[in-house]
Design a protein around this ligand. Structure first.
Ligand code: ZN
Length: 131
């Protein structure tokens, strides 16, 4: 009954980080925004503790990206968050191709508390807990 299985991946997001993400998305609207998530990962639990504005980011209404090669190698980078001004929280094919780190957060318009969704590299939904 209790078979050994992979740890279920989940995301713990600090409420002040969530507020920072939401206000940054609102500020950049109607353009997409993108931020790097810093934190740590333990037993499949990804704890997001702070945000980093990526260097050389280039954003528009349907595109948010930055060259990953410019990123310093930093183990505290656990993923990225970007906004979808269109109002869909589903990752697009380019989003999955450009997956970075362990988790990808997508914030849909109008960027309220319940508009943040987490995805793994295969496009599976990951549970978010606000801590
Ligand atoms: Zn996207």
């Amino acid at each position: 009954m209790f078979k050994k299985k992979n740890f279920e991946r989940k995301v713990s997001l600090k409420s002040k980080v969530r507020d920072g993400i939401l206000s940054y998305c609102k500020m950049k609207h109607p353009n997409e925004c993108i931020l790097i998530l810093r934190g740590k990962s333990k037993n499949g639990n990804i704890i997001i503790e702070s945000l980093v504005i990526p260097p050389f980011s280039d954003t528009g209404p349907t595109f948010a990206g930055f060259p990953h090669s410019f990123l310093p190698f930093d183990l505290s980078y656990v993923g990225i968050v970007h906004s979808h001004p269109s109002g869909s929280a589903e990752p697009s094919i380019p989003d999955l191709h450009n997956f970075f780190g362990l988790v990808s957060l997508i914030v849909k318009s109008p960027y309220e508390d319940d508009d943040i969704f987490a995805w793994d590299s295969k496009g599976n939904s990951v549970k978010i807990t606000i801590v």
